[in-house]
Design a protein around this ligand. Structure first.
Ligand SMILES: [Zn+2]
Length: 258
């Protein structure tokens, strides 16, 4: 992986944002690899399938690139709210590849992969509809709220200009891959409980510890009145998927660091 963004042919473009789009897309086509299998490269999607930027030539998994010149904050701008919610509900979301590049150095600083099955609906924030003066008046976009995605599923490929080995990224992906087996409508709760458990910042925790997160989980799922039951049920799901271990006497162990 070479962190320098390619500059060939960019003089044809006048706007900085257009140059950045062309350069980051070319960079991704040359440098991204698959996490779901051992393919060392991805292919660009044919023109006209804009929503899916890349796919794996070996396992066919879809990837979508989002580039920005600002470091990642809480939120990443995504496209249409309804399309994103429908994609999550029907398990058709792509893996998201978030790229932060340095404007002056023209090189990749951070690259984060969010697996396609690791985005709960609770992480999708509706934006205000575009004003009546806009070309697409009334159109509703969304943000992806990174803090609502379990830390386990925010896979760093480049951090502060330092490249992580592909084998390490794939191993971290492998650890959470069992979550992909869950039904899409059930998985949101599982991810939210995993985020809450991670938020405790300790490997061993008790049922009371995780019950302390009840208000925030209730806020994410206002229609559910049995949040504690749901927490216990999801701890079992996380155990079955190898992420949490039951120690007995209401004590749990979060397996494997992020
Ligand atoms: Zn693959």
């Amino acid at each position: 992986m070479d962190l320098a963004l390619p500059v060939e042919g960019l003089e044809r473009y006048h706007s900085r944002s257009q140059m950045a789009r062309v350069a980051t897309e070319a960079w991704a086509a040359a440098n991204l690899f698959c996490v779901n299998c051992d393919s060392p490269r991805l292919e660009s999607s044919p023109a006209g399938t804009r929503a899916l930027d890349y796919f794996c030539p070996r396992c066919d998994d879809p990837f979508q690139l989002k580039s920005q010149s600002m470091p990642f904050g809480q939120r990443v701008l995504d496209s249409a709210y309804s399309a994103m919610m429908a994609a999550i509900a029907s398990d058709r979301a792509p893996h998201f590849v978030l790229l932060h590049y340095a404007r002056e150095a023209w090189s990749v600083m951070d690259l984060l992969l969010i697996p396609r099955f690791a985005i709960p609906k609770s992480a999708i924030e509706k934006r205000k509809p575009l004003s009546s003066k806009a070309r697409r008046a009334g159109w509703v976009g969304c943000n992806i709220v990174l803090s609502h995605i379990p830390e386990d599923a925010r896979l760093s490929i480049v951090r502060d200009g330092v490249i992580e080995r592909a084998s390490v990224v794939r191993r971290r992906f492998e650890r959470i891959r069992p979550l992909a087996e869950l039904k899409a409508e059930e998985r949101g709760w599982t991810l939210d409980v995993l985020t809450a458990v991670r938020g405790l910042n300790r490997e061993q925790f008790s049922l009371d510890d995780i019950y302390s997160r009840e208000p925030e989980l209730a806020a994410l799922h206002p229609a559910n009145r049995h949040v504690r039951d749901k927490i216990r049920q999801q701890l079992q799901v996380l155990r079955d998927k190898g992420l949490v271990e039951f120690l007995g006497r209401g004590q749990y162990w979060l397996r494997g660091g992020a």
